[in-house]
Design a protein around this ligand. Sequence first.
Ligand SMILES: [Zn+2]
Length: 355
Amino acid sequence: MPHHPTPPVPPRIGSGGPDSPRIEPGAPASTHRSAGRYVGRFAPSPTGPLHAGSLVAALASWLDARASGHSGNRWLVRIEDLDLPRCVPGADHTILGQLAACGLVPDEPPVWQSTRTPLYERALQQLIDHGWAYRCGCSRKAIAAALAARGETPARHGELAYPGTCRDGLHGRAARAWRLRTDVIPPFFEQNWPSAPVKRSKFATFSGSNDALRWHDRRLGAQQQNVALTVGDFVLQRADGYFAYQLAVVVDDAAQGVTDVVRGEDLADNTPRQILLQRALALPTPRYLHTPLVRGANGEKLSKQNGAQALDTSDPLRALNQAAAVLGLTPATATVPAALATWVAQWHALYNREP
Ligand SMILES: [Zn+2]
């Protein structure tokens, strides 16, 4: 049986029940793909309430959808709660309340990644069936030791580039994680999806000359990374059984028909891994825009991990103005809806969508 690269089907929230509108034959079955040529999303992890930095990404993705010029534009919220041990109970609803206070209300009911495991399982199985994923028995310590033996020391805060130890088998160790083979280059992926009409994105290309993946970021410009050298074969499913962020994001963005990813710059270097996975799964590549980060007094990115304060939405206009300033927008007074309308008008001139 050939494997058909059917994109995973999103859960049919609010459909299929007796009260759902009947879908006429020939009518598009999903509003995700049919409603417009712009679908954006904000995808917070519920590890705590929103802080000033996360509001910047939320506001940017909302503005980009509304400024897209597509009357059918949609802005979605996806709760990325796969890493359950790090999630804080109730933080998801706190975040949704904070967004609503700021006038940022999703166009569809939010989705929770923890309810979508079958989609990730199916994607992983496709990669396994093609021989592009393999089991790894290495602990972090074992990876560090293997790298040290080669004279490589990871940079501070840097990720360990996986040295490929288990590509040829587990050598008697217990299987822990699943990894993607990054020595399989995108043209090979595409040859192996003969029935997949994957449109080559002008926003991401693969250079065969130096094995670098090149892509265009709407704010940062031309980017490139050799994933095999910089990151190595990366994890798809973790040793603790949770699906890795990279796989879940790629599967969900495709399932939700996301055309534009707008998120914080700290995630920019995840993009090539995600593009590689899109190619391996025969999924389209969205456009990317990575927004400036809010930094604390110590110069480090503001995050829940380094003690960022929860966003105070008792004065939403003040909170929004602080986020808008980071994005280069002018201060706005009066009301939240008026401020958002002002910024939608400014947005298009600031962040063009074409390279
Ligand atoms: Zn390994």
